[in-house]
Design a protein around this ligand. Structure first.
Ligand code: SF4
Ligand code: MG
Length: 316
């Protein structure tokens, strides 16, 4: 399958008082058309910043994003408008991302209008069809966001994203704010839509259990760096980075085919301040396997087995 997205040494720095937070400090990965890449890590690790920089909500400090062979920060005119249609975002808090004064029909119709995709009766039929596609119905069209439950609001957010016929969706913790009973429904909907439409997903979540079933591959981030990237099954069964091992040890293994039992690894201390990250490997202050060289040299992401990338001095 063809490459749709390339992220190369992406940097995003924010000025905070007199300091600089390197929210992204050289993130590199690529995605194939039609795949789902899960991106996980604790809050502040840079996963949302990665999504927002890819979709041009933030200007990168360095590095580049290439979508369908074109550098997104050089896009202008028609190419930029096309990019703004082809790449869409679904947000964590569906309520905050929906204008409370607009009806559902207007929320979904806005993108249809901006991109001149339909008008009049055809536009309305599209809106009805989109509502049905996400499990709502045409009677919902003239209602306002406050009249819906959290799960229904997220469905509206998904319909809004689909309205402009995107092929790449960044989902930034789309289920984290929902009741556990609703989460699986929304994940199933996203998976069905992907199958029908050949969508590519960058699916951001704070823990590994949420991305396990939806992701083809998973990337793990820590303090602005991608520390491990592999196929989901590989990452779950053979994690290489000590941070991934710790994250995985925190979730139960319900699959009886996996015989290995995991020791619970408790990480010492908190995530260090991103204003003053540790030298060398940023994980070293909490790493149970840290060695002297970890304080001196920053490990770079390397492919240590086919398709399995890790940034750690344990793997040479
Ligand atoms: Fe731990 Fe060193 Fe590997 Fe960092 S480089 S994860 S400190 S062993
Ligand atoms: Mg976030």
């Amino acid at each position: 399958s063809e490459t749709i997205l390339e992220v190369k040494n992406l940097q995003k720095h924010f000025k905070v008082g007199n300091g600089v937070v390197k929210a992204l400090d050289g993130v590199t990965f690529s995605m194939k058309k039609g795949e789902t890449l899960g991106l996980v890590g604790e809050s502040g690790c840079g996963k949302s910043t990665t999504g927002r920089t890819i979709i041009r909500l933030y200007e990168p400090t360095g590095g580049e994003v290439i979508f369908k062979g074109k550098k997104v920060n050089n896009l202008r005119g028609h190419d930029l408008k096309q990019f703004n249609r082809e790449m869409q975002m679904i947000f964590q808090d569906p309520y905050a991302s929906l204008n409370p004064r607009m009806t559902v029909a207007d929320i979904i119709g806005e993108g249809i209008d901006i991109h001149n995709l339909a008008s009049g009766k055809e536009r309305l039929e599209r809106i009805y069809h989109l509502l049905e596609t996400v499990g709502l119905n045409r009677e919902h069209a003239n209602r306002f966001p406050h009249e819906f439950s959290g799960g229904q609001r997220q469905r509206i957010g998904i319909a809004r994203a689909l309205a402009v016929e995107p092929d790449f969706i960044i989902a930034d913790e789309p289920i984290s704010a929902l009741d556990v009973s609703i989460q699986a429904q929304v994940v199933n909907l996203l998976q069905d839509l992907q199958k029908e439409r050949g969508l590519t997903y960058l699916f951001i979540a704070h823990d590994l259990s949420m991305v396990k079933h939806i992701s083809d591959r998973i990337g793990v981030m820590y303090l602005g760096n991608l520390v491990e990237l592999a196929e989901s099954i590989e990452l779950y069964n053979k994690p290489l980075h000590p941070y991934t091992e710790a994250l995985l040890s925190a979730i139960p293994i319900p699959d009886p085919k996996i015989e290995r039992t995991r020791e619970r690894i408790i990480l010492e201390g908190d995530v260090p301040s991103p204003l003053n990250p540790p030298s060398g490997c940023r994980f070293r202050t909490r790493c149970p396997k840290a060695m002297p060289e970890c304080a001196i040299e920053t490990p770079v992401l390397k492919e240590v087995q086919p398709g399995h990338f890790v940034a750690c001095h344990l793997y040479k």
